[in-house]
Design a protein around this ligand. Structure first.
Ligand SMILES: Nc1ncnc2c1ncn2[C@@H]1O[C@H](COP(=O)(O)OP(=O)(O)OP(=O)(O)O)[C@@H](O)[C@H]1O
Length: 249
């Protein structure tokens, strides 16, 4: 048996006659840090949307730890242990960093304990705060955070839910150099205890922090392998740089 955590087979998504994913196979093993790249419109976000139950596929299967996900509702998929970030922010600006983490962690608590005033900080929240390195800002409202810190808080909010699989959509978009480096280190650290799939455009970031990469193009898997193999592949160079077309012209 393989030790795949996520196994996608023959995935097809059609929007009003437009095929956004066309027979995608993807296998992500336990503990992997997998990067998913591809030009605009390749289908990366659509793939995450299917895994998390936001979009229903026309065909194919998505198996998570042996459980079929297609047809399941979003909140059920979250409860199975899959967390994702969105390109838009989901933090509550008036709440403190700690309160945001606590609220995110609370979704697994039974309702009666949610309503009780609890003393101390739950382990999962303390651990998440430590991982994202925002301890010094724990009691500040999230509204004062920089763009990068806010992204880390969102990642922390996912970790606090103790997911088995994290899906991160462009985590370094809009970040400066220092913030990118810190995010790369954060992802590396998180991947020690979680399985992580990162959608990312930034090639420099990919070179530094990725090991296994899957390239999507026009709804299909174009190439898969380690960073060096993927970067050297002429098909990848062609879709990113349009080199083949220019040479043919
Ligand atoms: N709800 C929708 N209805 C119609 N078409 C859609 C919908 N969602 C996505 N698409 C189309 O499906 C294709 C894949 O989109 P998707 O957002 O998955 O690409 P992507 O690889 O994430 O691109 P980007 O890097 O630009 O975010 C695009 O052509 C997009 O216009």
């Amino acid at each position: 048996m393989s030790d795949a955590l996520l196994q996608i087979r023959g995935l097809k998504v059609v929007f009003d006659g437009f095929t956004a994913l066309d027979g995608v196979d993807l296998t992500v093993g336990h503990g992997e840090l997998r990067f998913l790249i591809g030009p605009n419109g390749a289908g990366k976000t659509t793939l995450i949307d299917v895994v998390t139950g936001l979009t229903r596929p026309a065909a194919g299967s998505v198996s998570f730890a042996g459980t079929e996900l297609t047809g399941r509702r979003e909140h059920r998929i979250v409860r199975l242990g899959i967390g994702r970030t969105f390109q838009t922010s989901v933090v509550f600006e008036e709440l403190t960093v700690l309160e945001n983490l606590d609220l995110a962690a609370g979704f697994r608590r039974p309702l009666p304990t949610l309503l009780l005033r609890r003393r101390g900080v739950p382990d999962a929240v303390a651990a998440a705060l430590d991982t994202i390195g925002l301890g010094a800002l724990a009691d500040r409202p999230a509204g004062v955070l920089s763009h990068g810190q806010r992204q880390w808080l969102e990642i922390g909010m996912l970790i606090a839910q103790r997911p088995r699989l994290l899906l991160l959509d462009e985590p370094v978009a809009g970040m400066g150099r220092g913030e990118r480096e810190r995010t790369g280190e954060l992802l590396t650290e998180i991947a020690r205890e979680h399985t992580v799939v990162v959608v990312e455009h930034d090639m420099e970031f990919l070179r530094r922090y990725a090991s296994q990469v899957t390239v999507l193009h026009e709804g299909r898997v174009l190439v898969e392998g380690d960073v060096a193999t993927v970067q050297a592949d002429p098909r990848v160079q062609e879709v990113y740089l349009g080199r083949g077309r220019e040479e043919a012209a």
